[in-house]
Structure formats: structure tokens, C-alpha cells
Design a protein around this ligand. Structure first.
Ligand code: GDP
Ligand code: GDP
Length: 460
């Protein structure tokens, strides 16, 4: 399970600065889902090839009294959702009453908490941080988020118990690894294990906003008789993994709508969790994004889509509640979809009714296709040939007066497929040419349902 790191602290201590530095995403997912408080930001971050999810809790209003009011509901919730909490304080401001209140709350939780003193640039760090030992949270990690000082080593330290960086440095490539974790830089010959990927169950996550019909679809796929009561305490954050077989292929459905309704009005709040959704995406091979035809594509759908694309997972889009719509409305919905989804050129779109069952079965053709495309083994000779054809059709531009030369290409990973291109000055290629290459590879390899990535390496 992808770990979750939450940033908490008073306003202005540097949480967003640290968040932006670590995620480098322009399109971090902002949780403005119904039933959840706004202004919590979620982003994907990476350390040494391992992914984690970062939550920026925005402001905790330090002007009020008492822990509960100090800590906005959304911050408290982020702390509960997180595996690790980074509690940021401002090394220049010293320990404030609000810091003490937050510390008190954190001490009462059984969470891995790290006290981080930010803004140590240009000041005497040792004397500045001594003020914070009184918070009773043990060791203090000094950083300067805006300069990046101490940031990598902080993240390495806090995530080491989960990823065990030291151990892995010594271990060889493990043929049993999940496709998502394949080291993108290892040699082509080490990818003979795709055979075994083919025989693994395909992990399919069903995600979407609240009420788009995820659980109806899950039940439809599994058959009506499934008992839909999962009344397990503590599972609000966890998806439910359901093994199933279809046409002799094995799947594991990752059901993000898992915590079921018990006739409560607050049902969407209970069953929808952004973290659960993001973790399900990270853990899946193929994601089915369910969209409600009657609501059109909302910004939330687009945020989720952005997150799925960043994750590199394969994608199938299910436009649900297609039943009972007039022909006019159907045309209208299709036009809007075309407009808003025109940046995704690889995903199949299905129009379905989870309630009545129409179209739901066909999803599996696309799931299968997406998975096969995402994990297919392509050898160096073929990739180099395609690269050469692309280069012959359309020469790379001059960079600094010299023609960029592509030399050869090899596979660098699967799910998503990664093509590594070696050559001279390849890193300086303009984005337009990189996109051209990507599309050329996509078309030549007939990759459908999966994004494809190209990495460039200087020299041989
Ligand atoms: P947030 O409210 O906790 O998210 O804080 P911000 O990230 O918005 O930062 C508040 C202010 O502190 C901004 O003006 C930042 O530029 C500044 N800041 C953040 N990190 C550092 C740092 O490491 N050093 C210095 N000198 N300023 C910083
Ligand atoms: P979830 O929150 O995404 O799991 O959504 P649910 O599966 O709980 O569905 C939300 C509501 O939409 C329920 O009232 C369903 O009966 C309804 N619904 C789900 N799928 C369809 C569909 O294909 N057509 C119609 N008309 N309603 C649907």
C-alpha cells in the first residue's frame, strides 16, 4: 500500500512550499469532493523510485483557543488518514502557543510524527531549534523548504522504515516484483519476466466521485447475489480487494466504494475517501474511472483523471447511467466528453448502465486490452527500428546548431510502458518532438488503454 505523509502546522510555516517542492505537480488533487472539507491538497511524490502520497492540510488557524479549534477538522482528518505526520514549525518564529496545542494533539495519537523546523536558511539553526524541544516530540529535523536544504534526507529518514532503502540497494532485481515497481533503468534482458506478469491477476480499481455508481457497477460485475455489507471498523481508508475470474482470466477488483451504506444520510462522507481512491489507483494495473452521464464531466472528474494519468496506470472510462436518456441528451453528453477529454487520446470510453447491466460486460475487453498493451514485451531491436523510422520520417531539430541524434531505444519498464532513447543531446529535444516520438511509438506499437512514457539518456 502506498504510504501517506501529511504536512501539518500553523499557517505560514512553509507547508505548501514543502508540498510543492516534493510533488512538483502543477495539478495536485484538491479535495473539494462533496462531504469533505475543501483546501486539502493531495499530491504524488517519489523518492528513489518509490511513490508516496502527500497531503497538505492548508491552514490551521492559530488564533483560536483549544486544540479542537486550533486544528481544523480537515487537519485532524489528514492526521488520521496518514501513516506519517510531518509537523512543521517556523524556526524563525520560535515555539508559539498554537505549536504547543498541535504537539499535544499529536502526542495523544499513535502516529509516526516528525518535528520539522523550517526556514533554517541564514540563521543559526542549532540555537533556533532548541526552543522546540519543549514540544515533547523528540528529535528535531531542520530544513529550509524554499531552498531544499535537508529535505531529501528528511524524507529518506521518515520513509526508510517503510521502503527500507538500505536493504534494497544490495538486493538484486527481483523477478517476482509487481509490474508497477519494475526498475525503469534496468537492462532489457532482465525483462523476461513479463511472461509471469501475463499470468498474474489483473488488479482493476473502480474509482470515481461519490454517487456515480461505483458500488452498483461492482455489484453488477460480481453478480447480484453479493452481500454488500462490509461493516468492518477501521476500513474507511482501505479498499476491499475482491478476487474474481472471468473468461478464464483472473482479476482482483479493488472496490473503493467498499464501506457500505447503512441507511445513513451521511453515507457519501462515510464511504468516500480521497486517500482510499488514490491508493487504489497506485495499486492497480488498470483503473476504471466511472463518470455520471447525468452530471457531465466535473472538475473533480478531471482532477482524478489527472492523478490517474500521472500515476501511469492503464485507464478505461465508464460513462454510467446511460439508461433512460433521450437521444438529444446522449449526443450532448458525447460532445461535452469529446471537448473535455480531448487531452486523453489513449483511453476507451464505454457508455454503460450499471443499474440495468448494459455495456458493463464489454468493459472487460478494454481492461484486458489495456493490461496486455501495458505489459507487452517489446525487444530492443523493434524499439530501435521504430525510433529509426520516426527519425527518418521527421528529423529531430537542430539544438545549439547541432542536429540531435537518436541512437537506439530499449524498454525501460511496463505498466506504463517506458521507452528509453539514447542519443546525443536528446535531453535538449523540444517537447513537440518528444510528443511526436511518443505518438509514433504509440501508433506503431498499437498501444491502447495505457499511457506510454519516453525517457531520454545522453550518450550510449
Ligand atoms: P503554509 O501556510 O504553511 O503553507 O506556508 P507557505 O508554504 O505558504 O510559506 C509561508 C511563507 O514562508 C512564504 O512566504 C514562503 O516563501 C516562506 N518560506 C517557506 N519555506 C521557507 C524557508 O525554508 N525559508 C524561508 N526563509 N522562507 C520560507
Ligand atoms: P457510488 O457512490 O459511486 O458507489 O454510487 P452508487 O453505486 O451507490 O450509486 C449512486 C446512485 O446512483 C444509486 O441511487 C444508484 O441506484 C444510482 N445508479 C447507479 N448506477 C446507475 C445507472 O446505471 N443508472 C441509473 N439510472 N442510476 C444508477
Amino acid at each position: 500500500m502506498v504510504p501517506v505523509v501529511a504536512l501539518v502546522g500553523r499557517p505560514n510555516v512553509g507547508k505548501s512550499t514543502l508540498f510543492n517542492r516534493l510533488t512538483r505537480t502543477r495539478d495536485a488533487l484538491v479535495a473539494d469532493f462533496p462531504g469533505l472539507t475543501r483546501d486539502r491538497k493531495y499530491g504524488r511524490a517519489e523518492i528513489k523510485g518509490h511513490e508516496y502520497i502527500l497531503i497538505d492540510t492548508g491552514g490551521i488557524d492559530g488564533t483560536e483557543d483549544g486544540v479542537e479549534s486550533f486544528m481544523a477538522e480537515q487537519s485532524l482528518q489528514a492526521i488520521e488518514e496518514a501513516d506519517i505526520v510531518l509537523f512543521l514549525v517556523d524556526a524563525r518564529a520560535g515555539a508559539m502557543p498554537a505549536d504547543h496545542a498541535i504537539a499535544k494533539h499529536l502526542r495523544s495519537r499513535q502516529k509516526a510524527t516528525f518535528l520539522v523546523a523550517n526556514k533554517i536558511d541564514g540563521i543559526d539553526a542549532d540555537s533556533a531549534i532548541s526552543d522546540f524541544y519543549g514540544l515533547g516530540l523528540g528529535e528535531i529535523y531542520p530544513i529550509a523548504a524554499s531552498h531544499g536544504r535537508g529535505v531529501s534526507s528528511l524524507i529518506e529518514t521518515v520513509l526508510d522504515p517503510i521502503f527500507q532503502f538500505d536493504d534494497e540497494q544490495n538486493s538484486d532485481f527481483d523477478g517476482d516484483e509487481q509490474p508497477n515497481n519494475l526498475d525503469p533503468f534496468c537492462d532489457d534482458s532482465e525483462f523476461d519476466n513479463t511472461e509471469s506478469l501475463i499470468n498474474q491477476p489483473i488488479k482493476v480499481a473502480i474509482v470515481g466521485r461519490p454517487n456515480v455508481g461505483k458500488s452498483t457497477l461492482t455489484n453488477r460485475i460480481l453478480g447480484e447475489e453479493r452481500v454488500v455489507v462490509y461493516d468492518m471498523p477501521g476500513t474507511t481508508r482501505d479498499s476491499i480487494y475482491i478476487p474474481m475470474t472471468r473468461d478464464e482470466r483472473e482479476y482482483i477488483l479493488i472496490d473503493t466504494a467498499g464501506v457500505r451504506k447503512r441507511g445513513k444520510v451521511t453515507e457519501t462522507v462515510e464511504k468516500f475517501s480521497v486517500i482510499k481512491t488514490l491508493q487504489a489507483i497506485e495499486d492497480a494495473n488498470v483503473v476504471i474511472l466511472v463518470i455520471d452521464a447525468r452530471e457531465g464531466i466535473s472538475d473533480q472528474d478531471l482532477s482524478l483523471l489527472g492523478f490517474i494519468i500521472n500515476s501511469g496506470r492503464s485507464l478505461v472510462i465508464a460513462v454510467n447511467k446511460w439508461d433512460g436518456l433521450s437521444q438529444d441528451i446522449k449526443e450532448q453528453v458525447k460532445t461535452t466528453l469529446d471537448d473535455r477529454l480531448d487531452f486523453i487520446d489513449f483511453a476507451r470510453v464505454h457508455f454503460i448502465s450499471a443499474l440495468h447491466g448494459s455495456g458493463a460486460g464489454n468493459l472487460f475487453d478494454s481492461i484486458q486490452e489495456a493490461y496486455d498493451c501495458a505489459t507487452r514485451r517489446v525487444n530492443t531491436a523493434l524499439l530501435t527500428k521504430i525510433m529509426q523510422m520516426a527519425q527518418d520520417d521527421h528529423q529531430p531539430p537542430l539544438v545549439k546548431g547541432r542536429r540531435v541524434k537518436l541512437k537506439y531505444a530499449h524498454a525501460g519498464g511496463y505498466n506504463p510502458p517506458i521507452v528509453v532513447i539514447h542519443g546525443n543531446q536528446v535531453e535538449d529535444l523540444p517537447d513537440s518532438y518528444k510528443r511526436y516520438l511518443m505518438n509514433y511509438f504509440r501508433r506503431s506499437l498499437k498501444i491502447m488503454g495505457s499511457p506510454i512514457r519516453i525517457q531520454f539518456k545522453e550518450g550510449n
